[in-house]
Design a protein around this ligand. Structure first.
Ligand code: NAP
Ligand code: F7E
Length: 343
């Protein structure tokens, strides 16, 4: 039975990847931070499932702590490691740049060193990001597009990207970068823009909220559906040689479009009036103001627009995104509405 170790297993991607690998017959080990409060809600169904007694294990640890990395490698003896752990919030990385670098950059190095010293046969997946492209140098970004990160998060992930390549070339380690564009789901953290919108639109429908306050509505992202991207992570490690791959949908939409689409799901048509920080989203029928801007959500340096070219992943791995933008928004709004109404 193959064994996989997932860091960041309590996060959006970690939880989907754990399900996918268990389904494929893996024994899955997860690294979980011992924090002040339990944060395992995305994997509780796996922890509590008695049928997974010999298939799913979690271990306390932190990727900034070399002792815990050593312990977890000894206990789990993995064939594959998926390094998904990160301080993953771009806006927050401006407030805690040092911490973000410790986790997102050096955390990756810690694992590579442990592999180099203990077992060079372990395959390693690194959660690289479209944030590497930042201030884009080409309209559509692929594996050859030059990077220009625009946040401490992006810069930390750039270190991780290059250290993966360096350990691959210097020590022949099977280490790969998945350069993933934004991917979302009902399990997305609630402070990322898509989930913030889907949750608050569902609350408005249910009468529990009256308005959504957002930052930059012009930002454009290439949004895909997270479970499909987690399947892609596995495919990247099954390829015959280690390599780097972009996973994306090839289509981008603005935050404003995401808002309009989300309100459509609950039967509201949004009309946009005003400009800049005074722009407002208004219900076309009732004329109620439903969306406003607060500059506190702006970033010191913004990534204006991202669109990925996934043709290499399609050609070599046979990977393709399936869920379209409007379906993704529908899945998220309906799931948040169900969550609220079931409470
Ligand atoms: P997420 O939901 O924020 O999950 C991040 C995970 O990392 C959580 O499980 C968190 O644990 C864990 N973590 C944070 N610091 C840690 C540390 N020092 N030691 C061990 N674990 C730590 O992120 P996601 O959306 O699933 O993304 C997964 C990975 O892909 C991240 O590396 C992210 O940067 C990257 N990425 C994401 C996207 C995207 O669109 N989602 C796109 C490209 C790349 P706690 O539960 O204890 O906080
Ligand atoms: O912002 C704008 C904001 O925080 C998207 C992470 O998973 O994907 C994610 O990073 C856009 C930005 O994601 C609000 O300014 C407007 O332009 O949802 P986000 P992100 O920064 O793209 C990449 C690929 C990762 O690797 C990261 O780990 O939306 N925006 N108003 C807002 N953003 C937030 N969060 N909140 C707002 O109110």
């Amino acid at each position: 039975m193959k064994k996989a170790l997932i860091t960041g297993i309590t996060g959006q991607d970690g939880s989907y990847l754990a399900e996918i690998l268990i389904q494929k017959g893996y024994q899955v080990h997860g690294m979980v931070r011992r924090s002040s409060s339990f944060n395992t809600n995305r994997i509780d169904h796996l922890i509590e499932n008695k049928a997974l007694k010999d298939k799913f294990f979690f271990h306390h640890g932190d990727i900034t702590d070399n002792n815990s990395i050593r312990n977890i490698l000894e206990k789990s003896n993995p064939d594959e490691i998926y390094n998904l752990a990160a301080q993953s919030h771009v806006r927050v990385s401006f407030d805690i740049p040092d911490y973000t670098a410790q986790v997102d950059a050096l955390g990756t190095l810690n694992f590579l060193e442990a592999i180099k010293q203990n077992n060079k046969k372990i395959k390693f997946y690194q959660a690289s990001s479209s944030e590497l492209y930042g201030k884009i140098q080409e309209d559509i970004q692929n594996e050859n597009t030059p990077f220009y990160p625009r946040s401490p998060y992006g810069v930390a992930k750039l270190y991780a990207y290059w250290i993966i390549k360096n350990y691959r070339e210097a020590y022949n380690i099977f280490a790969c970068n998945g350069i993933l564009f934004n991917h979302e789901s009902p399990r997305r953290g609630e402070t990322f823009v898509t989930r913030k919108i889907s949750k608050e639109v569902a609350q408005i429908k249910n009468g529990k909220n009256t308005k959504i306050i957002l930052g930059n509505l012009d930002a454009k992202r290439d949004w895909g559906y997270a479970p499909e991207y987690c399947e892609g992570m596995w495919q990247i490690l099954q390829h015959s040689s280690p390599d780097d791959f972009v996973l994306a949908t090839g289509k981008s939409h603005s935050v404003r479009e995401f808002v309009s689409e989300a309100f459509k799901i609950i039967g509201i048509n949004i009309e946009w009036i005003g400009k800049g920080v005074n722009e407002k989203g208004v219900d076309k029928n009732s004329k109620k103001i439903l969306v406003e801007i607060n500059p506190k959500y702006f970033r010191p340096t913004e990534v204006d627009s991202l669109t990925g070219d996934y043709s290499k992943a399609k050609k070599i791995l046979g990977w393709e995104p399936k869920t379209k933008f409007s379906k993704l928004v529908e899945i998220m709004v309906k799931s948040d509405y169900d969550l609220i109404t079931k409470k």
